[in-house]
Design a protein. Structure first.
Length: 130
């Protein structure tokens, strides 16, 4: 099978649609355990961030760089493995992997302890050509 290739303009438009879908003050929750099917029932919510307004600036070269939210206090103890972004009202937008390296969302620590500070150190969403 041949893979599809898109122009940077089209990839940027696809990514900018994420910013539109999240809207103002969306939520990003960090979870432990196995990530469910897209939009499926979540596991233990370890921490929850309020996202920026807007969520991100315009995508460039097929990359969306969301504004990093302020640190939060952990709700539960566990190992961060995935995250979910919703609108401020809780409507599902997207899921991704979370950890300290090689994941979609980079955290200060994947080992989260209830009451400890949790911070997002890097977050990019890429729409690339395979």
């Amino acid at each position: 099978n041949m893979t599809l290739g898109y122009t940077a303009t089209l990839r940027n438009t696809q990514l900018d649609a994420i910013t539109t879908a999240v809207g103002n003050a969306g939520k990003l929750a960090i979870y432990d355990g196995t990530r469910p099917a897209t939009g499926g029932t979540a596991t233990n919510k370890l921490a929850e961030f309020t996202l920026g307004t807007p969520f991100a600036g315009a995508a460039a070269a097929g990359v969306l760089s969301p504004t990093l939210p302020s640190n939060v206090t952990a709700l539960l103890t566990g190992t961060a493995t995935w995250y979910r972004i919703t609108t401020s009202g809780g409507t599902f937008v997207m899921d991704g992997s979370a950890g300290t390296s090689g994941t979609d969302l980079i955290l200060n620590s994947a080992a989260i302890s209830s009451g400890a500070t949790v911070s997002i150190t890097a977050h990019t969403i890429t729409a690339g050509n395979a």
